[in-house]
Write a protein that binds this ligand. Structure first.
Ligand code: SAH
Ligand code: F3S
Length: 483
């Protein structure tokens, strides 16, 4: 029989260190945000210690896990289609395979998932992954299994993730879980629970382990990294109840970032996502101070209209956001910024939309991630506001901001022509097997001839040309980040 290797890129579950004694095969794939990809590495690790190695083939997997996203309706539809594909494989090729759904859709739909999708044997929410071995025992006995309990404590700080799909250079390290912000459009606070931070030492230990293994760039992950606060465990919202001692020794994001960059001077650091309301000046000085903290901030704004921001329950006005951007550019002049935007939020007028365009003109973002509003069941916006902007209006406004972003993106990319930028080589360029591809500190992709350099090298590249989103140049030597 012909071997079916799943073509879905995200589904490639290549693992560097398989365990010889493991006899069962796990196929795991992730959709949605970086946190999901990071969580899948935690899940793979848990299963690695319970008899499973990963496989890239759905055809011979004993267990198929899909880590799901609920952020927009389209994301959920993609997963539903994927389940149909599993169905076909189970029916035609691999009748014994078991299927589990993880992540935000699992949390949102709970046991409805088991009813609606017959293929699903197991439903596990984002805080219940340690229970998977027990749940699998239930499944083995022919029962459907579910655990969608959200936790006040769980950060998976004690689990060493198994790196999936790794290039051996870039890795994600999660530092917070959950979100307390309750943006009215967003399903995340419901699916990922309340915000809590991970113990700093476990973060440094994970980075140390990655360093030992030759990794060069770490992205610290959280829904709202600037809100990181370790005071001995527990929810962010309970900090007020902490003892004086706990308060005095608490570690915030600026301190965490400062220490990580100091402890690992030969590694480069990124972080995502920054929420404007929680980004304080201190962290900007830390970014400016360390050469090995990348000069790039993803700073979602969602809308340029103060009225809409208020409806969205974002905790700042247009003017406050602009003042923050001014401060960022003044403290870190060579920073690049990116946005998330939503068009067609309920009640959005043409004037509100123009405010978004003019805010973009003001900031001139390097990159942007833009979406048409998608109503999510259970959110405050869904309960209180009618989804009243017609699809074609949402789409037209989306096209306008995407077009404007492209103009700004190109402008921002062009600024590097003539400069020499520091690049971490990540992989072969898609356009030519004779060229490397990597990113500079500002997160712009750079391609250049391979010469004798290799993946994982930090090199200085003289930029001679660019396309809309890619810089083209020539390497001129190793950077001081090389050992
Ligand atoms: N924690 C991040 C956002 C996480 S969700 C923050 O601080 O903003 C990623 C992005 O998805 C959001 O920034 C938003 O732009 C988009 N998004 C979230 N819910 C959405 C919805 N209901 N419709 C359209 N886009 C949405
Ligand atoms: Fe969602 Fe707002 Fe948190 S967009 S993830 S509720 S910051």
């Amino acid at each position: 029989m012909e071997k079916i290797i799943d073509e879905n890129k995200q589904g490639e579950s290549l693992v560097l260190d398989q365990k010889k004694e493991n006899t069962k095969k796990l196929f795991i794939e992730s959709y949605g945000c970086q946190m999901n990809f990071s969580d899948s590495e935690v899940v793979a690790s848990i299963l690695h210690n319970n008899g499973y190695n990963t496989t890239q083939s759905l055809e011979d997997a004993d267990l198929v896990l899909v880590n799901t996203c609920s952020i927009r309706d389209k994301a959920e539809q993609t997963i539903r289609k994927r389940l149909q594909k599993y169905n076909a494989i189970k029916r035609d090729i691999n009748p014994n395979m078991k299927v589990g759904v993880l992540g935000c859709m699992a949390e949102r739909l709970k046991d409805k998932f088991l009813e609606e999708e017959k293929i699903v044997d197991m439903v596990v929410g984002p805080d219940a992954y340690k229970d998977i071995p027990n749940l699998l025992a239930e499944v083995e006995e022919g029962r459907d299994a579910i655990n969608v309990i959200l936790s006040k404590e769980e950060t998976y700080g004690d689990i060493a993730p198994v790196r999936l799909n790794s290039n051996g250079v870039n890795a994600f390290v999660s530092i917070t879980r959950g979100c307390d912000n309750m943006c009215t459009f967003c399903v995340v606070p419901f699916t990922r629970g309340r915000e809590r931070s991970r113990e700093p030492q476990s973060i440094y230990d994970e980075i140390e382990d990655l360093h030992q293994k030759g990794y060069k760039e770490i992205t610290l992950l959280g829904q709202n990294v600037d809100s990181y606060l370790w005071y001995g465990g527990g929810l962010k919202k309970d900090f007020e109840k902490a003892t004086e001692m706990q308060k005095a020794t608490a570690v915030d994001f600026a301190q965490l970032l400062d220490k990580a960059a100091t402890l690992f001077p030969k590694m480069r650091f990124r972080f995502s996502t920054s929420n404007p309301q929680d980004m304080h000046e201190e962290v900007l000085h830390i970014i400016a101070k360390h050469h090995n903290i990348c000069k790039y901030i993803h700073l979602p704004v969602q809308s340029g209209s103060t009225r809409i921001l208020k409806e969205m329950n974002r905790q700042h006005t247009r003017e406050e956001y602009m003042a923050l951007v001014d401060k960022i550019y003044s403290i870190i002049p060579d920073i690049s910024l990116s946005q998330d935007m939503i068009t067609g939020f309920p009640t959005e007028t043409e004037e509100d939309h123009q405010d978004t365009l003019s805010l973009m003109e003001y900031v001139k973002y390097d990159f942007g991630f833009m979406f048409a509003y998608s109503e999510r069941p259970g959110t405050l916006a869904a309960r209180k506001l009618e989804d009243d902007i017609p699809e074609e209006v949402k789409k037209r406004r989306l096209t306008e901001i995407v077009d404007l972003q492209q103009i700004h993106g190109l402008e921002r990319t062009k600024r590097f022509i003539g400069q020499t930028v520091e690049v971490l080589i990540e992989k072969e360029s898609k356009r030519s097997d004779k060229q490397w591809s990597g990113r500079n500190s500002q997160n712009t992709v750079v391609v250049f001839d391979k010469e004798n350099y290799k993946v994982g090298d930090f090199v200085w590249v003289k930029i001679t040309d660019c396309t809309a989103a890619t810089l083209i140049g020539k390497a001129v030597g190793y950077s001081e980040l090389m050992n």
